[in-house]
Design a protein around this ligand. Structure first.
Ligand code: TYM
Length: 337
């Protein structure tokens, strides 16, 4: 795979292994990771961003479990270590090293504008640590280490990608071209899957209301129940429109899962009530997630395979990352050992 890196475009993305992987993660990002891998026209590099998770306190045993669960879940979604590089961020020390360097090329004002920092610091007021603030520099390091061209993410990561682009451009003009300036790839549908309980808020694994968020590993019964309880409006007409956040969200989910357009969905449910529609969305999601859940059960039982896979990924990633880091350090003026 490495021999072809020069010709093919590089796709890079990552996900935090901080608990369950959600339907939002899947539709907004993971599904596209697999599409891009299967297209065969890109070299795909995917990471479990475990270093990112410690901006919020983690319980050690739970953290280890979350990382393995997430690794197995993402393989179950279709990421294939024979076709993509898929590793755990903390296994490749260059991420933390480049992050430190990029901290020194990123302005306090830029980081202060990050909406995710503002949201998270409001939510974790007792632990507004420096890592939470400089988190986008680590994310920029992730992307820039691999000279990524394209970064498939959900809409909530757009501002972070912009920052990575700005930092890359700044470094390139201060020294000489060093980093590829990456483009975000945000899907037309599914980029912002909303909470099933408050459709003005993004679906998030940290939501306190368990009915707000569908996990990739939820059982069919639980998924159906969550969709049946989804908050909608009083109009009782399946149609996309302003002020219909709940229905818009369900239509968006149904559209990505079935490939149907909004018009086709409106036609399919013309004259039918929200009850029928919610069940149809729930069932479509159940069918989409069923093979993932089954594959996950097999993979999580095979720790030796998981270990072999993430070690192999880290080994290749480390070589690629070191090439970039060497270049960066030389340009800045560090002495080679
Ligand atoms: P994270 O772990 O919060 O989410 C992983 C991916 O899922 C997308 N996503 C969603 N998409 C649609 N609807 C939602 N409700 C939803 N919730 C999450 C996210 O946009 C993301 O693509 N900082 C990143 C992880 C990261 C990263 C990177 C991403 C670290 N380094 C380098 C890209 C490149 C994060 O916390 O994503």
């Amino acid at each position: 795979m490495e021999n072809t890196t020069e010709k093919k475009k590089i796709v890079y993305s990552a996900i935090q292994p901080s608990g369950t992987i959600t339907l939002g993660n899947y539709l907004g990002a993971l599904k596209n990771w697999v599409v891009m891998q299967e297209e065969g026209t890109h070299n795909c590099i995917y990471t479990l961003a475990d270093l990112h998770t410690i901006t919020v306190r983690q319980e050690p045993a739970k953290m280890r479990k979350n990382v393995l669960d997430a690794y197995a879940s993402i393989l179950a979604c279709g990421v294939d270590v024979e076709k993509s590089i898929f590793f755990i961020q903390s296994h490749v020390h260059q991420h933390a090293e480049l992050a430190w360097i990029l901290n020194c090329y990123t302005q306090f004002g830029e980081l202060s504008r990050m909406t995710q920092f503002k949201d998270k610091s409001a939510k974790h007021a007792d632990n507004i640590n420096a890592g939470l603030f400089t988190y986008p520099c680590l994310m920029a390091a992730d992307i820039l280490l691999y000279q990524a061209d394209l970064v498939p993410v959900g809409a909530d990561q757009k501002q972070h990608i912009e920052l990575a682009r700005d930092v890359a451009g700044r470094f390139n003009s201060l020294y000489s071209p060093t980093f590829t300036v990456p483009e975000g790839f945000i899907p037309k549908n599914g980029a912002r899957v909303m909470s099933l309980q408050d459709p003005t808020k993004k679906m998030s694994k940290s939501d306190e209301n368990v009915n707000a968020c569908v996990s990739l590993l939820d059982s069919p019964d639980v998924i159906l129940k969550k969709f049946k309880r989804a908050v909608t409006d009083s109009e009782a007409r399946v149609a996309y429109g302003e002020g219909k956040d709940g229905i818009n969200n369900l239509m968006g989910i149904y559209s990505v899962v079935t490939g149907k357009s909004m018009q086709e969905i409106e036609d399919e449910f013309a004259g039918k009530g929200y009850g029928d529609f919610k069940v149809a969305v729930g069932e479509a999601v159940i069918e989409e997630l069923r093979p993932i859940r089954e594959k996950y059960e097999k993979l999580i039982a095979d720790k030796a395979y998981l270990e072999e896979s993430y070690r192999k990924g880290a080994e290749i990633a480390e070589r690629m990352a070191q090439r970039t880091l060497d270049k960066v350090m030389k340009k800045i003026g560090f002495i080679h050992k």
